[in-house]
Design a protein around this ligand. Structure first.
Ligand code: E4P
Length: 217
């Protein structure tokens, strides 16, 4: 399973990238706002840091303008994946970008029907939003499962990028299903290292070690 980091915080990306935890990065307009940076400047900095796909999202809602924005974003670096929303115009732009050999991440996917259309339009990645489905009491993980089945049935090459991940459990469920990629905030990736028994065990080892009166260094 590939790990993308869902942030435009370059310090957080650097910390995870140094440990080999970053196969790519996803950003969106809200994350650019949170970073408080210029989109071109921060995206370039991220692309210089990470060799895998870096998603940069268009904000136009009509295909023609989306295509113009996407072409500008694609010039930032060769590893840009142009991110478009799953609307009819977004699918039109997706097809245009894919035909020119650009990577496309189709975002804001909330149904299997939408995922089929994205694959037909040549998307490199489909981003089903698990957490936002859970927020309205629908089953986000089940959607990943359904899309996996459908894509496998027809050998669609579009990669399933599980997005809107809120917990370690989401990551594990998506890994069990076989999502190709997951994108999560840095805090969720770091939380994967935590286990109460690790903390308890380490605490006991340190207490016993202190009783030995020894030092390693
Ligand atoms: C994915 O590409 C999106 O940026 C992201 O996963 C959205 O997550 P959220 O629902 O936590 O905002």
């Amino acid at each position: 399973m590939k790990f993308f980091v869902d942030t435009a915080d370059t310090a957080a990306i650097r910390e995870l990238a140094d440990l080999g935890m970053v196969d790519g990065v996803t950003t969106n307009p809200s994350l650019i706002l949170k970073a408080g940076r210029d989109i071109v400047e921060v995206t370039k900095e991220i692309c210089d840091m990470v060799s895998g796909p870096v998603s940069a999202e268009v904000v136009a809602t009509e295909a023609k303008e989306m295509i113009a924005e996407g072409m500008k974003l694609a010039k930032i670096a060769p590893n840009i994946a142009i991110k478009v929303p799953l609307t009819w115009d977004g699918l039109t732009a997706c097809k245009a970008f894919a035909s020119e050999g650009h990577m496309v991440n189709v975002t804001l996917c909330f149904s299997s029907a939408q995922a089929i259309l994205a694959a037909k339009a040549g998307a490199s990645f489909i981003s089903p939003f698990i957490g936002r489905l859970d927020d309205i009491h629908l089953d986000g993980v089940e959607l990943i499962h359904d899309i996996r089945t459908i894509y496998d049935n027809y050998d669609f090459k579009t990669e399933i990028l599980a997005a809107s991940i809120r917990s370690v459990n989401h990551v594990i469920e998506c890994a069990k299903i076989g999502a190709d990629v997951m994108t999560a905030p840095p805090a969720v990736i770091k939380a994967m290292a935590n286990h109460v028994l690790t903390d308890k065990g380490l605490d006991q080892f340190l207490k016993d070690w202190a009783k030995t009166g020894q030092k390693i260094l």
